[in-house]
Ligand binder design. Structure first.
Ligand code: NI
Length: 257
């Protein structure tokens, strides 16, 4: 059964419909999904949803866009929430030099602080990196002693060559709807370069809706379209991709059952 390692049912677009959305993904044979926070309020919502639905887990953290809102009070709250076994990771955290919504020095500060927080709490980290792979690599190499609980590069959009660099820190790589797009050549090269035991799938819903639903609101049930494309590109059977990526997700997110 498949696992969606990155969804935002805590997004205002999806929040009013979570009962239906969860029921539908369960009916489609999807085992579970990780609802990912991006600031303090959305992390609280992810936590509440994970406590409410058996098949939902939570990641909590402050996204680089909101890095200016990160402070030790929030980290303390995250530490408290993480005593629940439904909290499986710190994320999404990282660097976004595409939008630069927070100053870069502040993004980097919040990134490093949350890497250390995850280490202290014994949790893996989920990374959002956009147009900042060189700098992210530098930070991760510097912080490598704090990465022992695992690292997932969400929506991996780095090059195939860079996979070798992130393999040095044993990173996992998540691919989503972008691999179904027409202009996916670079993503598909990267997908092929990723070690098979480090590959997981995601929807990033409500964003990144796979073809043929592009332009509509995305949901975890559409992970099947991502899996179908990944199977085609890697020359594997759908069942093989399904069991491989679920096994990898559970190896990384050790609190998932
Ligand atoms: Ni996200």
């Amino acid at each position: 059964m498949m696992i969606d390692t990155h969804c935002h049912l805590n997004d205002e677009k999806l929040l009013p419909e979570t009962d239906r959305i969860v029921k539908e993904f369960e009916a489609e044979g999807i085992e579970s999904a990780i609802c990912v926070g991006y600031d303090a309020p959305s992390s609280e919502r992810a936590f509440e949803l994970a406590e409410k639905y058996d098949d939902l887990y939570a990641a909590i953290g402050i996204h680089p866009h909101d890095a200016t809102t990160a402070d030790y009070d929030k980290y303390e709250r995250f530490a408290t929430m993480s005593s629940s076994k439904k909290v499986v990771a710190i994320g999404e955290i990282g660097l976004d030099y595409h939008y630069d919504l927070s100053p870069r020095a502040i993004q980097k500060g919040a990134f490093v602080e949350q890497i250390e927080l995850a280490y202290t709490l014994g949790l893996p980290i989920i990374l959002h990196i956009r147009d900042a792979y060189e700098e992210a690599r530098r930070v991760l190499y510097e912080q490598s002693r704090y990465l022992t609980n695992g690292v997932l590069l969400h929506c991996y959009s780095g090059s195939a060559e860079m996979v070798r660099d992130f393999d040095r820190i044993d990173a996992y790589y998540a691919f989503g709807g972008a691999i179904t797009f027409n202009n996916a050549k670079r993503n598909l090269e990267a997908l092929k370069a990723v070690p098979k035991d480090r590959l997981v799938l995601e929807t990033d819903c409500p964003y990144m809706t796979p073809v043929p639903y592009r332009g509509k609101v995305n949901e975890p049930k559409h992970i099947k379209l991502v899996a179908t494309k990944a199977a085609e590109v890697l020359g594997m059977a759908f069942d093989e991709i399904e069991s491989l990526t679920s096994k990898n997700a559970k190896t990384l997110f050790t609190r998932m059952i």
